[in-house]
Design a protein around this ligand. Structure first.
Ligand SMILES: *Cc1c(COP(=O)(O)O)cnc(C)c1O
Length: 455
């Protein structure tokens, strides 16, 4: 049997089957309108009717170099000609070794060991467990260190451990009976400061609050987990300069590990390869996923510093092993895509070419500032959140039922652009390969759609 691209179905039939058989993530299925993507070309997606859309959310924050990149296609195809998958539990593979070597080289400080898994959530789960076990097994054990701290409004994934360290009520509150206790410190969020202060005069009071929370539990803390520089799913909340350094200092004082969740910020999104670099911070554990394969295949890594890794070494009988691992961990096709993606970074000087794009994006966005319902525009590198408000003076939010973000994203779709909002925040997160002309289109189409829906 030959399977054509629609598996023998008419496009309309495909959409109907989608509604009946497929349960989509983070989607209200009772209101869902299918849009079936059949192909990708560079920074564009193509639907079943042949319409093209700029992929303005990088296929949910993971695509880096565009779709159908010849180098990535070839790397996966060549690996497919050898083997698709064999286990990393006790065996190895060239792409997994090479990707680990390159990640260790690229990452800051002595993050010298890569533990692979499949998704951002699993990279976080592994980090949480490694931190707990580390304190039990380090040279001077402190098994009483069992507590975790994270930021209010944090997002670290959807599995139960990563939800426990999360703090977005809409996503997380219903699962509270399943979760372990985690302390939250105030979100460093200048537009809606939880302390009611003004950035001009606050002296980074939120970091003082964070210090107090860490110091109050210093001896019991296993780890502090943070999305460095930008709290993505919270609404692209950008942190004030110096905050991340203060978290590193607090963790050092308390003797707990610092986990940097770079799942969203990693691989150039904020303008540097990793967000931590911008504050010269070396975390003890670093979680990577989303962009790690250039957006091709699911893969994740938890990088560990030398001292953390060393606590897991010993004779078999000592049971220091990290007893954790998923079936498809470090999959060979995904790792091959990961190596090829890092090759593109160096061959095309991707990071070096970002400042011009970032500047152009910043310039274009300035034109949206005066729109009457644009409350705040937050940006770090190529990560952008445009927060829409019902009233600008009071920063009053739209009612949830108004679904203002969804409506703006429906309006950009008619203009040939795919975006996905976070509540009332319109997110722009294009592939790093976006061109200057595409940047202008991205912002222009977004501005028009905001005008159409809100004015
Ligand atoms: C997306 C995301 C995750 C979860 O990654 P998945 O691959 O969806 O499991 C974790 N942390 C952050 C910061 C993210 O943005």
């Amino acid at each position: 049997m030959s399977l054509n691209q629609f598996y023998g179905h008419e496009p309309g039939e495909l959409a109907a089957l989608d509604r009946t058989c497929l349960w989509h993530p983070f989607t209200q299925m009772a209101e869902y309108e299918p849009l079936v993507i059949v192909a990708g070309e560079g920074n564009y997606l193509v639907d079943a009717a042949g319409r093209r859309y700029l992929d303005g959310c990088a296929s949910l924050w993971c695509n880096l170099h565009g779709h159908r990149r010849a180098e990535l296609d070839r790397a996966v195809a060549e690996q497919l000609g050898r083997i698709a998958h064999s286990t990393l539990l006790g065996l190895s593979s060239p792409p997994a070794v090479e990707l680990a070597r390159r990640l260790v080289d690229l990452s800051p400080g002595d993050l010298n060991h890569a533990f692979f898994s499949d998704d951002g959530s699993t990279a976080v789960e592994a980090a949480i467990k490694i931190a707990l076990q580390y304190h039990q097994q380090k040279p001077t054990p402190e098994p009483e260190r069992t507590l975790y701290l994270s930021l209010a409004n944090a997002y670290h994934g959807d599995t139960v451990g990563s939800v426990s360290v999360g703090g977005i009520d809409l996503f997380h509150a219903k699962y509270r009976p399943l979760l372990f206790q985690v302390g939250h410190v105030p979100t460093p969020w200048c537009y809606r400061c939880p302390l009611g202060l003004d950035r001009e005069k606050c002296g980074l009071a939120c970091a003082d609050e964070m210090d107090r929370a860490v110091d109050a539990q210093a001896g019991q803390l296993a780890a502090f987990i943070i999305e460095p520089l930008v709290q993505g799913a919270a609404g692209m909340i950008t942190q004030p300069e110096g905050y991340l350094r203060r978290v590193r200092a607090a963790c050092d004082r308390a003797g707990c590990l610092m986990i940097a969740d770079e799942v969203a910020t990693g691989f150039g999104r904020t303008g540097s390869m990793f967000a931590c670099e911008q504050e010269a911070v070396v975390p003890d554990l670093m979680c990577l996923a989303k962009g790690i394969t250039g957006g091709y295949l699911p893969l994740a890594a938890t990088l560990a510093r030398e001292e953390v890794y060393a606590a897991f070494l010993g004779k078999r009988a000592e049971r220091r092993t990290f007893f954790h691992g998923h079936t498809y961990t470090g999959n060979a096709l995904a790792a091959a895509a990961g190596v090829a993606s890092l090759e593109i970074f160096s061959a095309e000087r991707v990071i070096e070419n970002l400042p011009a794009k970032i500047e152009r994006l910043g310039f274009a966005l300035e034109k949206l500032r005066d729109r009457p319902h644009v409350g705040d525009i937050r940006r770090r590198g190529l990560m952008v959140g445009i927060e829409l408000v019902a009233d600008r003076a009071s920063k009053r939010e739209y009612a949830y039922a108004e679904a203002i973000g969804d409506r703006v994203c429906a309006a950009v779709r008619k203009r040939g652009l795919i975006l996905r909002p976070l509540g009332d925040v319109i997110v722009l997160m294009p592939p790093l390969s976006i061109t200057p002309e595409e940047i202008d289109f991205l912002v222009r189409a977004t501005g028009e759609a905001i005008g159409e829906v809100t004015e």
